[in-house]
Structures are given as structure tokens and as C-alpha cells.
Design a protein around this ligand. Structure first.
Ligand SMILES: [Zn+2]
Ligand SMILES: [Zn+2]
Length: 333
């Protein structure tokens, strides 16, 4: 019966209109809320790591006083942004912490999808040394796509001059201080040097607006710049690893006759911050709310998350702790 009803053009049209209108109205209202003047919202778009997981890889969308900035663009972030109705066509700029694949894998799609969805300016992509190579690589891979779409839809709909992105390099100070990258309409974006060697340079970011402070650690050990950036932060979105558990996993892999897996476990603690350092840092800098992302080991059971990450941090830090899922929203203003 339903099949025959759907074959009638008027019914089908009505249903299509209704679906489209409802989806469009909901997305429009959400977009307007995120981009309202005076607002400040962080969306943890991707919260995962390089290891296979249900989670998208690192990406934070920041909506601040009418602007939309993206911090990192790991695999799956464009899909999550679509599911969450984030207004990707209105993206203003992208900031990258470093060039490990889990932080840039979806950059080509961010550039391309934002153009398809109506972006009308060349997309600035800011990052430390290496940015030109990364942006040019994606540009090369998408060059043919851009010409096909332009030829198909025309200059009015898909103009080639705004299809791409420009890589803009900055150099974070090496003395643990902060560098201001952007200052406009009360919004201040600063960067600091992280320690994620041999991924060098690597950086993190501090975004200030309306008396509120958001910090994105990037991948790093505890370093003076992260302490300086985190001072009195309202929200610190922080990389985290439990070094003890990773050490035990290394031994398990050795015992199981899997030396290659053991080698990974052996190598990674020297460039991700340990739970105890996260707790000490957040307490010392009086962070109000800590959001843990990029969990290593990558676990999803609540009991494991609590035992490996939340409990050891809560021993040292008495502020609020969250472990967001992809798409979780934090309102700062
Ligand atoms: Zn990394
Ligand atoms: Zn990473």
C-alpha cells in the first residue's frame, strides 16, 4: 500500500517537500544560533586518534561572535559536521596543530565541501612550517574535481577562484609564550609551541572572547606554552594518554609475540601528555572545565574511560571533567 501511495507524484512531492523543509528549517535555526553575534560555542567534532575507532579523528569547530573556525580536520570530521548540521559553507578559516594524518586527513574534504556548500572566499588555512606543502598537496589532488564542477555548474554557482585554500604559515614562539594570530571584533586567537617531537613544529591554540577562554592542546607533552595558555581557561580540550596502561599493553604485546605492536606502545608515550600531568596542569592553571579527547589507549567503555582517565585526573584536579563524544557541544557564551 505504501509503495503505491509513494508512486503518486503529488504524495511523493509533498513528502519530499516536507522532509526538505523540516531539515532545512532545523539546520538554519541551529546555524543561526551558532553564528549569533556575541555567541561562543565549541563543538568537539572529532574526538578519536589514529587507531581504528567509531570516533572521527581530531577536529574542533569554534563558533565565536559570528565567525566559524575549524581546528584540525581528522578523518570523518566532514561526515560528523554534516550529521550535526554545522554550516560548513560559512567556514571562515582552518587552524592546524600539526601534520600527523589524524589531524589533516579530511582537509581536502573540508576545502571541497565548504565550496560545494556555498563558500564564497578562498579558505585560509593557518599552520606552522609545512603548511604550504600540505595545502598544495590537497590542491593538486582536487584540481581536476574543481574543473569538472566548474564546467558543469558554471562560474556563478561554482567559481574556480574560490574553490581552493591558501596555506598561511606562522611561527609559534619557542620560549613558552603566546603569539597572537588573529584579533578582530573582540575575538583573539593565540598559539603556543607544543612538544610532539618528532612532529615538529606542533602547536596548540587559545581562543578568547567576551571574557571566556577556550584552549585546544593539540598533541603534546606538558610544556610551558600549554601552561601559559591554560591559565584560568573556561574549557581546555586536551589530548590525554595513560602512560602506565600503555606500558602494560606493551608488555602484553611482547608476551603475545607481537613485537611490532609492542614497539608502537613503547614509542608513543614520549609525545602525549600523561593523565597525571593533565591533572596537575589543570589544577595549577585553574582550568574550570576539562574535556578529554584523543584518548590513548583508545577505549570506549565507560568503565575503562573512568578507570584509565577520569579517576587518575580527578585525584589531582577538582574542576569539571568531560569525555565528549563526536559532535558534543560546549557553550561558553
Ligand atoms: Zn600527532
Ligand atoms: Zn593525533
Amino acid at each position: 500500500m505504501f509503495t503505491s501511495l509513494l508512486k503518486r507524484p503529488s504524495v511523493r512531492q509533498h513528502l519530499m517537500n516536507r522532509v526538505n523543509q523540516e531539515k532545512t528549517a532545523k539546520a538554519k535555526a541551529f546555524s543561526e544560533k551558532l553564528l549569533r553575534s556575541g555567541g561562543f560555542t565549541a563543538v568537539c567534532v572529532g574526538t578519536g586518534t589514529p587507531t581504528p575507532s567509531e570516533r572521527a579523528q581530531p577536529c574542533v569547530a569554534v563558533f565565536v561572535n559570528g565567525r566559524f573556525f575549524l581546528f584540525d580536520a581528522g578523518d570523518g570530521c566532514v561526515k560528523v559536521m554534516g550529521q550535526q548540521d554545522l554550516p560548513i559553507g560559512l567556514l571562515d578559516a582552518v587552524f592546524l596543530t600539526h601534520y600527523h594524518s589524524d589531524h589533516i586527513a579530511d582537509l581536502g574534504e573540508v576545502i571541497n565541501r565548504s565550496w560545494i556548500m556555498g563558500r564564497i572566499h578562498t579558505l585560509p588555512i593557518l599552520g606552522p612550517e609545512g603548511i604550504a606543502e600540505v595545502v598544495e598537496g590537497f590542491a593538486m589532488a582536487y584540481r581536476l574535481d574543481n574543473t569538472y564542477r566548474n564546467a558543469h555548474h558554471g562560474d556563478d554557482v561554482m567559481p574556480l577562484p574560490t574553490a581552493g585554500a591558501t596555506g598561511e604559515r606562522f611561527d609559534a614562539p619557542t620560549d613558552g609564550t603566546l603569539l597572537t594570530l588573529f584579533e578582530e571584533d573582540g575575538i583573539v586567537i593565540k598559539t603556543f609551541e607544543a612538544n610532539h617531537y618528532p612532529a615538529k613544529p606542533a602547536v596548540g591554540f587559545r581562543i578568547e572572547y567576551g571574557g571566556r577562554i577556550l584552549v585546544i592542546s593539540g598533541d603534546t607533552l606538558r610544556v610551558p606554552g600549554l601552561d601559559a595558555a591554560s591559565q584560568s581557561a573556561d574549557l581546555l580540550i586536551c589530548d590525554v594518554m595513560n602512560h602506565q596502561i600503555v606500558g602494560e599493553m606493551e608488555q602484553q604485546q611482547l608476551n603475545a609475540g607481537k613485537p611490532r605492536n609492542a614497539r608502537f606502545m613503547h614509542d608513543i608515550p614520549d609525545y602525549h601528555i600523561d593523565v597525571h600531568d593533565v591533572g596537575d596542569l589543570a589544577q595549577a592553571t585553574q582550568v574550570k572545565h576539562l574535556a578529554l579527547v584523543h584518548l590513548m589507549p583508545s577505549v570506549d567503555r565507560l568503565a575503562q574511560i573512568k578507570a584509565f582517565f577520569v579517576d587518575p585526573i580527578a585525584e589531582k584536579y577538582d574542576g569539571e571533567i568531560s569525555v565528549p563524544n563526536d559532535g558534543d557541544v560546549f557553550e561558553l557564551l
